[in-house]
Design a protein around this ligand. Structure first.
Ligand code: UDP
Ligand code: MG
Length: 301
């Protein structure tokens, strides 16, 4: 099998059939041996019924259906684990990422043996100035505090060689942050620009708060630097406290209350940071599965 397409789907009843048609017309024309691995991430609409219909079509299709919504990260992992291709692509179901770009990625992997992964990045971002500023700041922060490199604008839309897929699947962490995992495993990634298309149907599952939580979780998963903030603040306060004490003594001013609030706030923040890591370590310690499969269907043996 040359190529597997891994397609995470959450409430994509309007997208999966147009996606299938585009994929089949793209790859049949190229004449490769390929399969499409759809992961139904606990959709609450008719996605699963649509996917079951696709099992009767001409292409090799697998449908891995979760018992509930576990999130795109879990869906990607399940897809990678079930993919058999020598090359494996991760692509969204909504046709914002076009299968023809996958064909370009495959061509690069065929022609350049030293490239292990081809990742697409968004050339033009169709979003508000505020959103784009937030994303830029996120990459600035995470690249400064983490040893793992994060490329601004690079998406999950990628094609990997088999060896890299095996290493990604081997990362057994519960809190998965793909951009970090892809970069952590190393190998040689080539970045190519692509233009994001219009969604064929349905709506985006991301909003500002979800993205912010995802970003924070990414930072916590890939660096322990924030744990050092309380230490540095502590040292700063010890250094500042003596001159401050002298000044307050001279001024005879009742600044005690504000100082108590301030220091209290700092201590609470510090405990909060430690709590975030502790919570993640606690859940990871339970060794819970990243996802649970309810049905696993395929139209090939
Ligand atoms: N997705 C998923 N589980 C989720 C949320 C999203 O599998 O909990 C899938 C979704 O069906 C789509 C892809 O992840 O195929 C990207 O989601 P979306 O298009 O909503 O994100 P956007 O393109 O707006 O960033
Ligand atoms: Mg989308």
């Amino acid at each position: 099998m040359k190529l597997s397409l891994v397609v995470p789907c959450f409430n994509e009843e309007q997208s999966v059939i147009p996606f299938y048609k585009e994929a089949v017309s793209t790859f049949d024309a190229l004449g490769y041996d390929y399969e499409i691995v759809f992961v139904n991430d606990g959709s609450r609409d008719g996605t699963l019924d649509m996917l079951k219909k696709l099992l009767d079509g001409p292409a090799a299709v697998k449908v891995v259906s979760f018992s509930r919504n576990f999130g795109k990260e879990a869906a990607m992992l399940a897809g990678l684990e079930n993919a058999q291709g020598d090359y494996v692509s991760v692509i969204d179901a909504d046709l914002q990422q076009h299968p023809s770009v996958v064909a370009d990625m495959v061509k690069i992997l065929d022609e350049e043996p030293d490239v292990d992964c081809v990742a697409a990045y968004q050339e033009k971002r169709d979003e508000s100035g505020f959103m784009s500023l937030c994303k830029k700041s996120f990459y600035k922060i995470i690249n400064r505090v983490s040893d793992t490199e994060f490329v601004d604008g690079a998406s999950d839309f990628r094609t990997f060689r088999r060896q890299m897929v095996d290493e990604i699947v081997n990362m057994k962490e519960y809190f998965r942050f793909s951009k970090g995992i892809f970069s952590f495993v190393g190998f040689n990634t080539k970045y190519i620009p692509y233009t994001v298309g219009e969604r064929v149907g349905g709506e985006s599952k991301w909003n500002f708060t979800k993205l912010l939580r995802y970003a924070l979780s990414g930072i916590i998963s890939f660096t322990t630097s924030p744990l050092r903030i309380p230490l540095y603040l502590g040292i700063l306060f010890i250094i500042l406290s003596l001159p401050l004490f002298i000044v307050l003594l001279i001024l005879h001013k009742g600044l005690t209350i504000s100082a108590v609030y301030f220091v209290g706030g700092v201590i609470l923040c510090s405990i909060g940071i430690i709590g975030e890591y502790l919570a993640k370590a606690y859940i990871q310690g339970k060794n819970r599965p990243v996802y649970i499969v309810k049905e696993n269907l395929s139209n090939r043996k």
